[in-house]
Ligand binder design. Structure first.
Ligand code: ASN
Length: 341
């Protein structure tokens, strides 16, 4: 799609669907389905700033159904939009289920000082209580704010502003749905559009986006450790042709002797295994033997640092699609998974 250049400085609304664009549809048995266009979203919101907004529709989908390729499409579209020098910043409206994945992929590949701000909603667009219009109004104010420049990709939700790396959906239904347990908030934005941001963190390592089709055959699966887990699911991933596996381990990043043996088989076969943890905060630390994190490290698994399984999966998928050799993959996880300073 060719993007029209605009002659005045403006914010672009990049619409991808999600609950912010969803309404109960009779033809779907009353289920909420992403159906509003970007223009419809724009009509619904009360501007907190006087900035003009231009709409670009990418797709209209629930984010639970997105693939890595869909997320890469959003990121490519961000780059196309930023080719217009009149664009001050971008708001991406997105489902909340996998917002942390797409926002992180966008952050990894964002090499422009202009703000890219993800937002969405917990309640559908139907009355009586959509939270999307308020979130959108605030996100537009953040995207147009000079204070938000040079910070990579941000997520603005329920008045809070978060850095993309480390951000997580922390509540299934509450309107205040996001947190960043390790990094905390980057700042806040009022309903009137006043943006407050802490000083920017040090520079980030930027990675390229794979060209369309590049590394498309690479498959990354998520396998969990749980009481009684054996190597069956991990081996199923290998049989399916996985070139990478994120192991959702327990605690500081532990499994058990059986799973650890399967990890050793995988790494010996050249498959990259990354150990992550679903625990709220803190890094993966190799401490324990008998199938614990120290044994996983010895079996060739790469600790994810503070990256949780969803964002570990994004980083690993990106690195493998780019054809990154193993030493650089280890380096990248060390760099991107380091605790925030
Ligand atoms: N609140 C949401 O946006 C959830 C929605 N189901 C999604 O697309 O991820």
């Amino acid at each position: 799609m060719t993007l029209k250049q605009s002659r005045e400085p403006h914010v672009v609304l990049l619409a991808t669907g999600g609950t912010i664009a969803s309404r109960a549809r009779p033809e779907a048995g009353g289920a909420a389905v992403a159906s509003d266009t970007g223009e419809q979203l724009l009509e619904s919101f009360r501007p907190a700033s006087a900035l003009p907004v231009r709409v670009v529709d990418v797709f209209r989908r629930g984010s639970y159904a997105l693939t890595f390729d869909d997320m890469a499409t959003v990121c490519h579209r961000i780059k196309e939009v930023l080719a217009d020098p009149q664009v001050l910043g971008i708001v991406v409206t997105h489902g909340t289920d996998t917002m942390e994945e797409t926002a992180y992929l966008a952050d990894l590949s964002h090499d422009d000082p202009r703000p890219v701000v993800f937002t969405g909603a917990q309640n559908p667009a139907d009355p009586p209580s959509p939270d999307g219009p308020d979130n959108l109004a605030r996100a537009v104010a953040v995207a147009g704010s000079p204070a938000a420049r040079g910070r990579g990709v941000l997520l603005s939700f329920a008045g809070w502003i978060f850095p993309a790396r480390g951000v997580r959906k922390i509540h299934t239904v509450a309107l205040d749905a996001f947190g960043n347990p390790d990094a905390g908030t980057a700042g806040s934005v009022t309903a009137a559009g006043d943006v407050h941001l802490a000083p920017p963190p040090p520079g980030r390592q930027i990675l390229p986006l794979p060209a369309s089709g590049q590394g498309a055959g690479s498959r990354v699966d998520l396998v969990a450790s749980y009481p009684g887990a054996d190597g069956v699911l991990l081996r199923a991933a290998l049989d399916a042709g996985a070139s990478g596996i994120v192991l959702q381990a327990t605690g500081t990043g532990n499994a058990n002797p059986t799973l650890c043996a399967a990890v050793g088989e995988a790494t010996a076969a050249g498959v990259t295994v990354v150990t992550s943890t679903p625990v709220h905060a803190g890094p993966v630390v190799p401490i324990y033997g008998k199938g614990g994190g120290k044994d996983l490290l010895a079996a060739g698994a790469v600790p994810s640092g503070t990256l949780r399984p969803p964002q570990s999966l994004i980083l690993l998928s990106l690195l493998l699609r780019l054809g990154t050799p193993r030493p650089r993959i280890i380096e990248s996880f060390t760099q991107h998974g380091r605790p925030p300073s």
